[in-house]
Design a binder for this molecule. Structure first.
Ligand code: HEM
Ligand SMILES: *[C@@H]1O[C@H](CO)[C@@H](O)[C@H](O)[C@H]1NC(C)=O
Ligand SMILES: *[C@@H]1O[C@H](CO)[C@@H](O)[C@H](O)[C@H]1NC(C)=O
Length: 459
């Protein structure tokens, strides 16, 4: 037994040394390259405190002013390189995406499910991505416009005459749209159950990952298990009925895809996670910007009034014929840049522009810095949808990312935003309540207190 262990030990050692020799000979030239400029901060704590103790954008912007569009820093115990030029973002996300894998804290992976597509790279990732795109491409979501329309009408009716927290209500709307696009007509049966579990799950998402009875994390993990059980029930009911559907679940369950129930559950929960708060915070920002810019609101309202032919439901042709409203959405995505950046990790030593990005370092493309660069978008803090009358240059405008992990839900997101805006602007008026000056981060940028508004039907 002992000899067996020793034998293993020595073969590992030999392999390890060989690996090192091989690596150092092939990489010695690269090892001599300088690291990008910047400070690393104190060991472990690094510059995390600075990043989290102020508006994160101030941190990024002041670093960029000082060091240029590529610099190193240290956050959450990880050395990282931040990049903020269109060229560097393209390098990391598109042309050399195989050298940069997605990376998330282990506790988040556990909570959402390790098999969710955004944690993966390579064959498994591209297979799942194909299945997600199949359900969310224009040809597929064309068929659900009227159902999205119904959800929007119902949401707005329930807010009529009320003081509402815009973000909270938009979360409910985006959740309902997500469930409908995942489960189709079956969704309504499970909506309340799924909602209850999902809300417990998300409360633990930003908690300390301590799995002891009673902690938020523990409750969250329990809700995660319950969600998987509900999904298992939905899957078995569908298998018995044997009918084919074009919703996301149908796409995942397709013959020959060979996904396990666990893989399906992880990806369904992952899609809800990717779809809800993102869309809800964009909608919240739009309500704020329209409220602050009466002439833009007027232009959007007129465009929407020209579309509404009485009380008929919207169709896909209507959706594709809303240029002014679409530019308002584009400009909101730019100014608010709700996903300020994304995370990758270098899978090997990489050279970029004469600098070394060492293997294992995190790499963060800073979308917000690119979207707020005065060279690319003159007067960048100004909300001006007309700037999108001219299409932006490649890799200067990436609200949905780019490359292998770019957002497969972007068409659905735009659809549900347009439909809600149609009914909101043609039938309702609203006013913002309380101070609206500050921004909260958690993790997406949001107007103060989720933007309380009072909404009522136009007379
Ligand atoms: C306005 C709302 C949305 C914004 C701003 C947004 C933005 C993004 C961005 C920037 C990424 C890429 C992240 C990266 O490269 O690391 C992404 C990925 C993703 N998004 Fe969205 N998203 C939105 C709505 C949605 C919706 C409605 C869905 C689903 C229906 C969705 C599903 C996904 C999925 C599954 C991924 C992972 C793709 C992959 O890793 O291959 N998103 N999103
Ligand atoms: C909650 O904590 C207890 C004690 O550590 C553990 O046995 C249990 O598995 C945890 N629950 C979940 C769902 O992880
Ligand atoms: C993504 O990158 C490709 C290749 O550089 C480019 O053609 C495309 O325009 C980019 N997309 C965006 C949204 O910038």
């Amino acid at each position: 037994m002992v000899s067996l262990i020793l034998c293993f030990f020595f073969s590992f050692l030999a392999l390890f040394l060989l690996h090192r020799m091989f690596k150092s000979s092939s990489n010695s030239a690269m090892k001599k390259l300088p690291l990008p400029p910047g400070t690393i901060g104190w060991p472990y704590i690094g510059e995390t405190f600075q990043l989290y103790s102020q508006n994160p954008n101030v941190f990024f912007t002041s670093k960029q002013k000082r060091y240029g569009s590529i610099f190193k820093t240290h956050i959450l115990g990880c050395p990282c390189v931040m990049v903020s030029s269109p060229e560097a973002a393209k390098f990391v996300l598109v042309t050399k995406s195989h050298l940069f894998k997605p990376t998330f804290p282990a506790s988040k992976e556990r909570m959402l499910g390790r098999q969710a597509l955004f944690f993966h790279q390579g064959d498994y990732h591209s297979k799942l991505r194909k299945l997600v795109l199949r359900a969310f491409m224009p040809e597929a979501i064309k068929n659900i416009v009227s159902q999205v329309d119904n959800l929007a009408v119902h949401s707005l009716q329930s807010w009529d005459g009320q003081l509402i927290n815009t973000f909270q209500e938009m979360k409910t709307y985006a959740f309902n749209v997500a469930l409908m696009s995942i489960f189709g007509k079956d969704e309504i049966l499970y909506r309340e159950e799924l909602k209850r579990c999902y809300y417990v799950l998300e409360r633990g998402y930003n908690s300390m990952p301590i799995n002891l009875p009673g902690t938020l994390f523990n409750k969250s993990m329990k809700a995660r298990k319950e969600l998987a059980q509900i999904l298992a029930r939905i899957l078995s009911t569908r298998r018995q009925r044997k009918e084919e559907t074009t919703d996301l679940l149908g796409s995942f369950m397709g013959d020959g895809e060979g996904l396990t129930d666990e893989q399906i559950a992880d990806n369904v929960i992952g899609v809800i996670f990717a779809a809800r708060d993102t869309t809800a915070s964009v909608l919240t920002w739009i309500v704020k910007y329209l409220g602050e810019n009466p002439s833009i609101l007027q232009a959007v309202t007129e465009e929407q009034q020209s579309i509404s032919g009485g009380d008929k439901l919207l169709n896909w042709a209507d959706i594709k014929n809303m240029p002014i409203t679409s530019r308002v959405i584009q400009e909101t995505l730019r100014v608010a840049s709700i996903l300020s950046f994304t995370f990758r990790e270098a899978v090997e030593d990489v050279e970029y522009e004469g600098y070394l990005i060492p293997k294992g370092w995190k790499v963060l493309p800073l979308f917000r810095n690119i979207h707020h660069s005065a060279d690319i978008f003159p007067d960048p803090e100004k909300f001006d949808p007309s700037r999108f009358e001219v299409a932006p240059k490649p890799n200067t405008y990436m609200p949905f990312g780019n490359g292998t992990h770019a957002c497969p839900g972007n068409e659905l997101a735009k659809l549900e935003i347009l439909v809600l805006l149609h009914h909101l602007t043609t039938k309702y008026r609203w006013s913002m309540v309380g101070p609206q000056t500050s921004i909260q981060y958690g993790p997406f940028a949001l107007p103060q207190n989720g933007l309380p508004i009072r909404l009522s039907r136009k007379t």
